[in-house]
Design a protein around this ligand. Structure first.
Ligand code: SF4
Length: 323
């Protein structure tokens, strides 16, 4: 990759190339829950999580999947997208209920049918070309992955895993309820079946020393067969365990300034495998939920700043990647 042509590999461009037009993800809330909240894997959830802070306003779990997709298409109509990917985003979208075991995950036949019916409903929409399914790495089974593999022959299917950190100590601190080894297993099993794999990471989680932790994450993720990566900064969101802790001792939870985050992100991207498509760099929770950091920046403004700084630093994806 030449720094003069492209600073990093953009997921939007990859989709555009694949489908020959602009493709937009529309979020759907299928009314699922999360095993880290209902006691199957843990209670209380990840310490930073408040799902209401990242569900788009057009997602109402009381509406059908088709109505939510219609709403989403109306919401994005100004961008003149022609095709859409239904993004099962809220909570854990391969999980209907626990099986009574905290160790191994299985899906009953009836729950399997429930999941398939939700994905099928999305895929029946005439403008939907595929699905993106956000989930935890400890909530997929061989049978479900086989089903996604079959579906991939006809539609675009992306399974997106919340990895969050490659450090097991951090995963414990954030009460994630799974290990990095779980992520490695799920990612390998998904890729092995020819299904597109996405991963999600949070930079700046409590206890992680920067920039060393971010560089380690870049190295570890580059070793895995992922196609798409989403990254965002740690945010303190109201009504979370992390928020309570932060309020008591803010100095123990250092947060990035916008400038610090951009510099760290560039270091991260330079160390990342060049073919991984990058989907997103920041999360912006609505002001009523966000405690800190308040950067007050729109996504496109952030991307502009990042690209400008990358050009100034002569940085590009994979510049320091050692394969
Ligand atoms: S971040 Fe995901 S896995 Fe963690 S509590 Fe929230 S919904 Fe569950």
């Amino acid at each position: 990759m030449s720094p003069n042509i492209l600073t990093y590999n953009k997921y939007a461009d990859a989709l555009n190339e694949r489908f020959g037009c602009r493709v937009q993800k529309v979020s759907v809330n299928a009314g699922f829950t999360c095993p880290n909240r209902d006691g199957s894997k843990g209670k209380g959830g990840c310490i930073y999580c408040n799902n209401r802070s990242f569900s788009p306003p057009y997602c109402n779990p009381e509406s059908s999947i088709s109505s939510q997709i219609e709403e989403g298409i109306r919401f994005f109509s100004k961008y003149k997208s022609q095709k859409y990917i239904a993004y099962f985003q809220s909570y854990t979208n391969t999980y209907v209920r626990g099986n009574g075991s905290t160790d191994s995950y299985s899906i009953s036949d009836s729950d399997f049918e429930t999941l398939v019916a939700k994905y099928d409903e999305a895929l029946r929409h005439p403008q939907v070309v595929g699905i993106a399914v956000g989930t935890r790495p400890d909530c997929v089974t061989e049978r479900l992955l086989d089903y996604f593999a079959e579906l991939s022959a006809k539609y675009y299917v992306l399974v997106e895993y919340g990895v969050e950190s490659t450090d097991n100590r951090t995963l414990e601190v954030i009460n994630r309820g799974h290990t990095f080894e779980d992520s490695v297993w799920a990612i390998n099993e998904t890729a092995r079946r020819g299904i597109e794999v996405g991963a999600h990471l949070i930079l700046g989680l409590p206890g992680e020393e920067q920039p060393a932790a971010a560089l380690r994450h870049a190295k570890e993720m580059s070793l895995l067969p992922i196609d798409v990566l989403k990254i965002h900064q740690l945010q303190i969101i109201r009504n979370t365990v992390l928020c309570d802790r932060y309020m008591l001792a803010p100095d123990r939870y250092p947060l990035f300034t916008l400038e610090e985050y951009i510099e760290l992100l560039i270091d991260f991207i330079e160390n990342l495998r060049p073919d991984i498509a990058l989907d997103r760099f920041i999360s912006q929770s609505p002001s009523e939920w966000l405690v800190a950091p308040n950067w007050n920046i729109k996504n496109f403004e952030f991307v502009h700043k990042l690209e400008k700084q990358m050009l100034q630093r002569h940085a590009y994806q994979g510049k320091k990647f050692v394969g």
